[in-house]
Design a protein around this ligand. Structure first.
Ligand SMILES: [Fe+2]
Ligand SMILES: [Fe+2]
Length: 328
């Protein structure tokens, strides 16, 4: 199936004057729209960031999707189904946004299926127990909200607007997760309490890694900040997430697996011990516990969906033909 490729952004050559005018618009808080002139590097950074984001939404359906058939009640099943379905919508929405930068979605999907594209490493960890569903909603969607709330004020209009809508649904995801975590940890049997604590122990550090490397090791941060594609650094956002999450953990009697965690009275920040960046890079490079499984699942779904794409193309062609005949 072919999709209409949006008109590429204005292609006039770059000059110091043009870049200065572009940066002045951004400094002025204006939003950049698809038909506006933009530096090629801005466009490329957005394509990189938005496509990674879209892939993460789509691959992110897999770990929790694993529990849909085994959710313990109809209510839990409905909540989980609707959450996983939302993630599919987020992926499609952001792929559409990426197309406004002149990229074909199929090119991006191909990059994902071939293993060339990156997506959030957190989805390369397994969901071992049902408590993982709650902890992912609380921590992983919680971390996504911290990231995406600031992206809703990003300089590129289509991305920012997509984030406003997506954040509303992410809030539901986080709440359903925390509700499940609170239920297991407060009203659960001793086994359920242990199960939810074990899930927190496994997901805590990967959640902190979701914000990306430390600022000093993040090569793209400078220009992304200057062009307001990003508005805060990785470390600032990570700190915000930690400060929000530790009191929530304490409220439901859970601990995070960090013996060095302390509250700094002066800065009012919760300070964590060191993050294992070796583990992060191992997973990014494809050696996480589930990297191969995730890609295989996406490829299988893509192959099995071939008939749907063929049917949709045939339907679109039939309608285009009918319109032509009617117009003639
Ligand atoms: Fe999402
Ligand atoms: Fe979500």
């Amino acid at each position: 199936m072919t999709s209409p490729v949006s008109r590429p952004p204005a292609t006039e050559p770059e000059s110091a004057d043009r870049i200065a005018a572009f940066e002045a618009r951004i400094a002025n808080g204006e939003s950049i729209e698809p038909k506006d002139w933009m530096p090629e590097k801005y466009r490329q950074q957005l394509v990189r960031m938005m496509s990674q984001h879209a892939h993460s939404e789509v691959v992110g359906m897999l770990p929790e999707g694993n529990w849909i058939t085994r959710a313990p009640s109809l209510r839990r099943k409905m909540i989980l189904l609707s959450k996983v379905q939302d993630e599919a919508g987020h992926g499609l929405y952001i792929y559409c946004g990426t197309e406004t930068l002149g990229v074909d979605r199929h090119e991006l999907v191909e990059q994902l299926l071939s293993g060339k594209a990156k997506y959030s490493s957190i989805f390369n960890y397994p969901t071992i127990t049902y408590a993982d569903v709650g902890v992912i909603g609380w921590l992983v969607d919680g971390a996504a909200i911290v990231n995406q709330t600031v992206l809703a004020k990003a300089s590129y209009g289509p991305y920012a607007r997509a984030m406003i809508r997506i954040c509303k649904e992410e809030n539901f995801h986080k709440r359903q997760g925390f509700e499940l975590v609170a239920h297991l940890s407060q009203d659960g049997t001793p086994e359920q309490k242990a199960m939810v604590q074990d899930a927190v122990d496994r997901w805590w550090w990967p959640s902190l890694m979701m914000f990306g490397p430390h600022d000093k090791d993040s090569p793209n941060s400078d220009s992304l900040l200057r062009w307001r594609v990003k508005r805060f650094t990785n470390d600032e956002l990570r700190q915000r997430f930690i400060n929000l999450t530790i009191p929530q953990a304490r409220a439901v009697g859970l601990t995070v697996p960090d013996p060095d965690l302390v509250f700094n009275e002066e800065t009012k920040n919760w300070e964590t011990g060191p993050i294992d960046w070796d583990e992060f890079w191992r997973v990014v490079k494809g050696e996480g516990p589930c990297n191969r499984e995730r890609l295989a699942a996406r490829n299988k779904a893509h192959d099995e969906g071939a008939w749907v794409r063929a049917a949709a193309t045939a339907y679109a062609e039939k309608h285009a033909h009918r319109k032509q005949t009617e117009a003639a």
